[in-house]
Design a protein around this ligand. Structure first.
Ligand SMILES: Nc1ncnc2c1ncn2[C@@H]1O[C@H](COP(=O)(O)OP(=O)(O)OP(=O)(O)O)[C@@H](O)[C@H]1O
Ligand SMILES: [Mg+2]
Length: 327
């Protein structure tokens, strides 16, 4: 396993009390594999990723438990200097908002080039050449000319390509993409997603793809981990999830995907809102929003039940859910 997050706990101190933003999350991704991490806003997707990248705001954040193994070594107990090396060349992150992630006063060529001068000790001239190659690689038209342009001179989709180029510049083993296409329109979204999938194959990277849109991951992900209120509630190979969800929350997410063949039908939305992380409901955190909730769901927190050979579900009634008996 390239990356293995084990029982990770992250808390934030807030005025309302301690928010358990990540509450015992485990997931893994191998080389050449794509793990999609899915869930509504506030479920802890980004905080988990920030802990992996070592860019969590501490304070107010605090990692209170767990391990993050990268190529078998625990990042959380590693010296900061070693950690920094890994962050530079071993793993990279792509953010939703390229405009604020890129430096506005440096040309994209200089920014891309810096990856090679700083980390690889290349001359400026060689670094510039590599920058153009990279821009070509992520299919920015007219790369040789545009290398002198500044981030604001590019469209949103092209800027996202530049950020992807930055991320893959040093050929990291792991890339974490946090909502990489959310700010883009649908056609450009698909192009950027295809590009990511292609680069993942080419470089045999592990890819963690964070999104709240189950629709965009169907073609690119190998596995899906669904998060709710700081926990994984279901994790399974992507085709298993599409065939039949083993958690009512996953079912809700699936049913909220707009489908061409359902045109004109009202789009389903999961009723209610996610809980406050300082006051997570007792039992199953999803029970107030769940149509199939019974007494046990209000009192007993479900463990991650094995719901298949390579699948877990945190629902007491995963079997009924799989069989489609949950209405
Ligand atoms: N800097 C912070 N200070 C205080 N609380 C924070 C901070 N960052 C995150 N949190 C808490 O952690 C929770 C999870 O945040 P996170 O950013 O991981 O959500 P997310 O699943 O990525 O959501 P989104 O889809 O909106 O990006 C938030 O709801 C918030 O309560
Ligand atoms: Mg987020």
């Amino acid at each position: 396993m390239l990356l293995e997050v084990r029982d990770l706990h992250v808390e934030f101190r807030t005025r309302d009390g301690v928010a358990k933003a990540v509450n015992g999350v485990s997931y893994g991704v191998g080389a050449g594999e794509t793990l999609a991490v899915l869930g509504e806003s506030g479920s802890g997707k980004s905080v988990t990723a920030q802990a992996v990248m070592g860019i969590l705001d501490m304070p107010p954040g605090r990692i209170t438990g767990g391990q993050i193994l990268f190529q078998g070594r625990d990042l959380l107990t590693m010296k900061e200097e070693e950690r920094r090396k890994i962050r530079g060349a071993g793993m990279a992150m792509i953010f939703q908002d390229a405009l604020s992630a890129l430096n506005p006063v440096l040309s994209v060529g200089d920014q891309l080039g810096e990856m090679f001068t700083v980390h690889r000790g290349m001359s400026r001239k060689d670094a510039r050449k590599r920058a153009v190659e990279l821009m070509d690689r992520v299919r920015i038209p007219g790369a040789a000319q545009r290398v002198r342009d500044y981030p604001h001179q590019f469209s949103g989709g092209m800027r996202q390509r530049i950020m992807i180029a930055m991320a893959i510049a040093l050929e990291p083993a792991l890339v974490i993409a946090d909502e990489p296409t959310t700010a883009l329109d649908v056609t450009v979204q698909a192009q950027v997603m295809d590009l990511l999938a292609e680069l993942r194959r080419e470089y045999d990277m592990g890819l963690v793809l964070i999104t709240h849109d189950l629709g965009v991951v169907a073609d690119v992900a190998d596995r899906i981990a669904v998060m709710y209120a700081g926990r994984i509630v279901e994790s399974a190979p992507v085709h298993d999830i599409y065939k039949a969800p083993a958690h009512p929350y996953t079912r809700g997410l699936l049913e909220s995907i707009p489908r061409l063949d359902h045109k004109g039908r009202e789009l389903y939305a999961i009723q209610g809102l996610p809980p406050s992380l300082t006051h997570v409901p007792a039992g199953c955190a999803f029970h107030p929003r769940c149509a199939m909730a019974r007494d046990v769901c209000r009192t007993d927190e479900p463990p991650l039940y094995p719901a298949g050979p390579d699948r877990v579900s945190a629902c007491h009634f995963w079997r009924e859910c799989l069989d489609g008996l949950d209405g």
